[in-house]
Design a protein around this ligand. Structure first.
Ligand code: ADP
Ligand code: MG
Length: 198
């Protein structure tokens, strides 16, 4: 069960991603159980979990990172966007298969749709469907383990906070360059190049 008390506003070191991060995963967006949007109002793009076999010690839980979608299906260039993702089993749903489920957030320069925590008022980012599109993901930090929840509302509220923690964490100097490309090292530039190569 989820422990009580306030949550940390940011996670991971201020100095930037630390081993084993960043972790690269990619794959086509596949069908999940269809419940992300329907039951929770939070769409999550699922990609095949096979890439995780390189990281057998990676804890199941919630992470943050940055993603890019293959622009060939869209008109615009590949843009790098912030994301929260869940890896592994999903205790609330008693899942038996591993999954990688990615919720793509708006750019940090746009207002956060999850900033206001009024119950029942939370709006998550909703894009036009992009099933079958190639997605590249760079996982940059760990947010929290998975918990069992007493209610769907409690789960949604925790995911809302995850989005805010992800945004605040990515806003930091050592992370924001992954999104903006500004003032970042050659290593980060290389990783941005990988993200946007399809
Ligand atoms: P599924 O169980 O098939 O993954 P979801 O209800 O989780 O269904 O919806 C996921 C789909 O919604 C994605 O595959 C994508 O096409 C679309 N989608 C729309 N907005 C987003 C978003 N912000 N983040 C991730 N996927 C989104
Ligand atoms: Mg999903």
């Amino acid at each position: 069960m989820r422990p009580g008390g306030p949550r940390d506003p940011v996670t991971g070191p201020d100095s930037g991603p630390e081993h084993p991060f960043p972790i690269k995963l990619s794959g086509p967006v596949i069908k999940g159980f269809g419940r992300g949007s329907k039951e929770l109002g939070i769409p999550t793009a699922n990609i095949p979990p096979e890439g995780l076999s390189d990281y057998p010690d990676l804890e199941v839980g919630v992470y943050y990172g940055v993603v890019a979608l293959d622009p060939s299906r869209f008109t615009s260039e590949a843009t790098i966007l912030p994301a929260v993702l869940s890896i592994g089993y999903n205790p609330f749903y008693k899942n038996t298969t591993r999954s990688v489920e990615i919720h793509i957030m708006p750019p940090l320069s746009s207002p956060s749709p999850t900033a206001d925590g009024e119950a029942g008022q939370v709006k998550f980012n909703k894009l036009p469907d992009f099933y079958g599109t190639q997605l590249n993901l760079l996982i940059l930090g760990y947010i929290r383990p998975e918990y069992d929840y007493v209610s769907l509302e409690a789960l949604v509220e925790d995911i809302r906070i995850d989005c805010e923690v992800a945004r605040q964490s990515l806003q930091r100097k050592a992370y924001v360059g992954y999104l903006t490309g500004q003032g970042c090292s050659e290593v980060v530039q290389e990783q941005r190049k990988w993200l946007t190569s399809f």
